[in-house]
Design a protein. Structure first.
Length: 253
């Protein structure tokens, strides 16, 4: 009997040595990012996870203001990337992000676009006042940075008349882009990177920047304890991270 126990023990030890252990699960970080970063961050995520197989990235996209409200409501977030300084300032003031980790990592610009098959013969923003222009889409200035940038441009050019039936407010800049690519509006204000994604579906009439530069900040959540969050933020600022962002039209801050 003793001999049998020794044989069985040896067999069990042999099986432990030859059967590979289950791989450790990658540490997960949640990245909440402005909707205009969707395509770029999807690419960043793929490359980042390949470079750091021990970290898994879950992305959550939306209007910067809406993402801020999610954080206020207790939504789990490790990294927050907004499309403007104002929203990040609010996140800092409310103690939702770690002020010391805040960095500007990208720059964008606003453009005025029309559907590619538009027959209105529009040339510039001044033509938006024509009676033939019935619908102009922009992000809701209350929560969408692209909407605030567009509003500022219209104010500077003396065209902002406040909310009217002519303005169609989108919940985020990608919704605005959908409106114009589907021909549901006559013109729209979107980021240059969004117009780039739309390709031949839109025509860019002109640059539409106001006084405020479209600088994108990123910061680590005040509640995050995950080392991968800092690794991700550092990656965005690295040569490789900046290279990926540039392929989607983003410029260095």
């Amino acid at each position: 009997m003793r001999k049998l126990k020794l044989v069985l023990g040896a067999l069990a030890l042999t099986l432990l040595l030859i059967v590979p252990a289950a791989p450790a699960q990658a540490a997960e970080i949640i990245v909440s990012a402005a909707g205009s970063l969707t395509n770029a961050f999807d690419a960043v995520k793929r490359n980042f996870e390949a470079a750091y197989p021990g970290v898994s990235v879950v992305t959550n996209y939306g209007a910067s203001g809406a993402l801020l409200k999610q954080m206020e409501s207790g939504a789990p977030v490790d990294v927050f990337a907004s499309a403007d300084q104002k929203t990040m300032d609010e996140a800092v003031a409310k103690g939702l992000v770690d002020r010391a980790t805040r960095r500007d990592f990208a720059r964008n610009s606003m453009v005025l676009v029309i559907p590619a098959d538009s027959k209105l013969n529009l040339k510039s923003a001044q033509d938006l006042a024509r009676p033939s222009v019935a619908r102009i889409a922009l992000g809701n200035p209350d929560v969408v940075p692209a909407g605030r940038y567009a509003k500022e441009f219209l104010e500077l050019s003396g065209q902002w008349v406040g909310p009217t039936q002519k303005y169609i407010f989108g919940n985020n800049v990608r919704q605005v882009l959908d409106y114009v690519t589907r021909g549901e509006v006559d013109a729209a204000f979107v980021f240059a990177t969004d117009a780039m994604q739309a390709g031949a579906k839109v025509r860019v009439l002109q640059a539409a920047d106001g006084k405020t530069p479209a600088l994108y900040p990123v910061a680590i959540s005040a509640t995050s304890k995950k080392p991968g969050a800092k690794v991700f933020v550092d990656y965005l600022q690295s040569a490789e991270g900046q290279r990926i962002l540039s392929t989607f039209g983003f410029k260095k801050p």
